[in-house]
Design a protein around this ligand. Sequence first.
Ligand code: 8YV
Length: 339
Amino acid sequence: MGEASRPWRVVAVRRLSEAQLAALSAVAEVEYFEEISEHNRADFLAALSRAHGLIGGKLELDEAMLAEAPALRVVSTISVGYDHLPLATMNRRGILLCNTPNVLTETTADTAFALIMATQRRLVELANRVRDGEWKAHIGREHFGIDVHGKTLGIVGAGRIGAATARRGALGFGMPILYTAASPKPELEACLGAHRRELDALLAEADIVCLSVPYNADTHHLIDATALARMKSTAALVNVARGKVIDEPALVDALQRRVIRAAGLDVFAEEPLPASSPLAAMDNVVATPHIGSATHETREAMAQLAVDNLVGALSGSGPLTAVNEDAWRKPAATSGGNR
Ligand code: 8YV
């Protein structure tokens, strides 16, 4: 698509660097919103109604908003996950969706490992005791943690992030690796000695269960009360996927009754996590505010990839990492498709 002379209009939401804004401006007229609030929401919606392209992180874009954006051709999300976006409608309309895989894989695996370390060694709970002036004697058994090295790491969803987490565990900490995946991963098996398991078997065998599946209808509440009951009572559950992969009330109950020992959670059913959530206050929970990819380097790389995707799609050279390129390239099913 896209003759160079075409007057594309792009809405950018989220802080982008000057160079990134300049790259967008080279192919389109850019309406820029650092963030959307109640004060500028009407302006954002007006801009969206004229836009051919939309770029941003945590984009709120529902069916109703899409219906008011007849010219929209490309959505470039600054995230690998796109469960918050109405993909079926975008497919029907021939709207391209681009995401940002690969560039956040290692950072998100670092986050998973930070949560593994923190939950096994009770880092936050014990550091808080020091901060609160409660370190008055040598610590005793009641504050001992559990080893990380040598424990069995169960990766639920051995995609890019799951595989990178497994690599840290196997090569850095000598951990036996179990994984679930739709198909076997010969590379993980050859390089890390990993073994594929059905979910129930992995839950029963692993000392640490780490969730890195995409969120969709199949993974909604994948970890419910029954799944938690299959885990070892000494096990920890780590989630860097999406909050709704876990049935949260069931997890709270399992942690309170020590059905499992601990949880390290970066994602929640509702974000920000309400202060009233029991998960915010439990000693055996390490809760972080969705920081999976949140480093300076990685957020910069994600924004750059999203810009490159949008510029590539609008300028005709093509996107780098698209979710639904086929739907975009075939003629749109409804009017408004002027590619
Ligand atoms: C970000 C993420 O929090 O990429 C994802 O899917 O969950 C995280 O990297 C995020 O969505 C930032 O926009």
